[in-house]
Design a protein around this ligand. Structure first.
Ligand code: NIG
Ligand code: FE
Length: 414
C-alpha cells in the first residue's frame, strides 16, 4: 500500500547526503523543499520532492492520498531522554519550590527521587503500564516519534525489573520507536543509606546480569552528581556495563561539574545529558568524540536552575541534542514543541539548530539515526503535518500553541 501526502507547503529536514549527526556551524543548515509531496510505501519513505516533479498516481486502488492543505511536514521529534514510567506526580514539591525550597532541600526532606521510588514500589506493573501508555499516547500527539525511557525509580532488583518490563511491553504495543535505559544508579535507596558501595555492588553483580539476561535494556545510565554517585562510581559502573556491550547515556553536570563528562567519554558513552554546569575542560573533552551532548532545557525552566551554555558549545564546534527529561520531579512535561521554543528563547539556538537538535542529533543520541531523524529514502515514515503556518520558525516562535494537525508513525495516522 502506498500513501502520498500532497500539497505540503514546505517539507522540512530532507536528507541530501547521509549523516549520523551535525555539529557546530553545520547545525545552522537544514534542507527543505517548498510545495512538496511525500510518498510512503509499507511504512517507509519511498519518495519525496517538489509537486512539479511528482509523477502522479499509477495505481489508484492501492494508493491513499492525503492533502496536507498547505501545512508543513516535519520528521517527528526524537526525545532521547525521559523517565516516563513513574507512579505519581509530585506537585507538592513544586509548591515547596514556589515557597523557596531548592531541589536539594526538597530531596533532603524526603522528596525528590526517593519519593518517587516509594510510590513506584507500591504500584503494580499493570498500573504503571496503563499510566505510561497514556503518557506515551500524549507525547505522540505532540509530535514525538521516538523516545528513550529510563528505569531508576525502583532501586531494587524487583522494582527496577518491573519498570524495564513495562518499557518492554510499551515497545510491543505502540508504533512509536522506544529505547530503554537501565538507571538503577539514579539515587541511593534508603536500605543502603550508609552503604553506597553495597548498592553499587548489587547493581553490578546482581541487577546488571539479570537485565542483560532478559534483554531489558539498550543503554545504561548513572546520576553522576554530588550526594549521588561519584566519578569513580561512574567509571566502575560504565566499565562493568561495557563488558556486556551496554553503552552509556549519563546524567552529568546538572548541579556540579565533578568530572562525569570526561569519565563518560572515556567509557565510550553515546550521550552525556543535562550539562547545566560546564567547565572549559568539560567542553574540550567532548570535541571530536562520538558522544552527543544533550541538553534538557525544560528541566532548567521548571527547577529555575541555570541553562546549559549551548551557544558556546555550538560555537566551539560541538553538536547538541535536545530532549524533554520527562519525569515527575524536574520536568513534568514531554512536550518537544516547548523544548524547541526554549532552545531558541533560552539557549539562543536558531530554529535550524533546534530542528537538527530535536531530530537527527537526538536520533543519534538514542541510536536510531539510521531509521529516523530526517526525511530520507528508506527511513521510517514518522512525520507530522502542521496547521498552515507562515514559516517553519513560527513553530518555535509561537510557544505554547499546538500547531500539529496530525502525526504519522510508520506511515499510519495516530
Ligand atoms: O534528570 N537528575 C536526576 N534525575 C532526574 C530527576 C528525577 C526526579 O527528580 O525525580 C532528572 O532531572
Ligand atoms: Fe533525567
Amino acid at each position: 500500500m502506498k500513501t502520498i501526502i500532497k500539497n505540503i507547503s514546505e517539507l522540512i529536514q530532507t536528507e541530501t547526503s547521509k549523516v549520523d549527526f551535525v555539529s557546530g556551524k553545520d547545525m545552522q543548515n537544514i534542507n527543505t523543499i517548498k510545495d512538496a509531496f511525500l510518498e510512503i510505501t509499507d511504512g517507509l519513505i519511498s519518495n519525496f520532492g517538489s509537486m512539479d516533479e511528482w509523477a502522479g498516481i499509477d495505481d489508484w486502488i492501492n494508493t491513499n492520498i492525503i492533502d496536507a492543505d498547505g501545512g508543513m511536514v516535519f520528521p517527528t521529534y526524537c526525545d532521547s531522554h525521559t523517565h516516563l514510567v513513574f507512579a505519581k506526580s509530585r506537585e507538592s514539591e513544586f509548591i515547596d519550590r514556589i515557597k523557596g525550597l531548592s531541589y536539594q532541600e526538597i530531596a533532603d526532606n524526603g522528596g525528590g527521587i526517593l519519593n518517587s521510588v516509594e510510590k513506584l514500589r507500591n504500584t503494580s506493573e499493570e498500573k504503571l503500564f496503563a499510566d505510561a501508555k497514556i503518557r506515551l499516547d500524549n507525547i505522540i500527539k505532540l509530535g514525538t516519534g521516538a523516545v528513550e525511557i529510563k528505569s531508576g525509580y525502583g532501586l531494587s532488583i524487583e522494582s527496577e525489573l518491573k519498570i524495564l518490563r513495562v518499557i518492554k511491553r510499551l515497545k510491543k504495543c505502540s508504533e512509536i520507536t522506544i529505547k530503554s535505559t537501565f538507571l538503577a544508579a539514579h539515587a541511593i535507596p534508603n536500605e543502603f543509606e550508609n552503604n553506597k558501595e553495597g548498592y553499587l555492588d548489587l547493581i553490578i553483580a546482581d541487577m546488571l546480569p539479570k537485565v542483560i539476561d532478559e534483554n531489558l535494556a539498550d543503554y545504561i545510565d548513572i546520576f553522576c552528581e554530588k550526594d549521588y554517585f561519584t566519578n569513580d562510581d561512574t567509571n566502575k559502573l560504565l566499565s562493568a556495563a561495557n563488558k556486556y556491550g551496554l553503552r552509556a547515556k549519563t546524567h552529568v553536570n546538572q548541579f556540579n561539574s565533578i568530572g562525569g563528562v570526561e569519565t563518560s567519554v572515556r567509557n565510550n558513552a553515546l550521550s552525556v545529558d543535562h550539562l547545566e554546569i560546564m567547565k572549559e575542560n568539560d567542553i574540550d573533552v567532548l570535541m571530536r568524540t562520538s558522544c552527543m551532548p544533550t541538553i534538557l532545557p525544560s528541566c532548567s525552566f521548571f527547577l529555575g536552575i541555570p541553562y546549559s551554555p549551548a551557544r558556546k558549545m555550538i560555537d566551539k564546534g560541538l553538536p547538541i541534542a535536545l530532549a524533554t527529561d520527562f519525569n515527575p520531579g524536574s520536568s513534568p512535561s514531554g512536550n518537544m514543541n516547548f523544548v524547541s521554543s526554549l532552545g531558541c528563547i533560552k539557549l539562543k539556538m536558531t530554529p535550524e539548530e533546534v530542528i537538527n537538535a530535536t531530530t537527527i542529533n537526538s536520533a543519534y543520541a538514542m541510536g536510531v539515526e539510521r531509521e529516523l531523524g530526517s526525511i530520507a529514502l528508506g527511513k521510517k515514515a514518522n512525520f507530522f503535518i502542521t496547521k498552515e503556518i507562515p514559516s517553519y520558525s513560527y513553530l518555535h516562535y509561537s510557544f505554547g500553541e499546538n500547531l500539529i494537525e496530525s502525526v504519522y508513525l510508520n506511515g499510519k495516522k495516530q
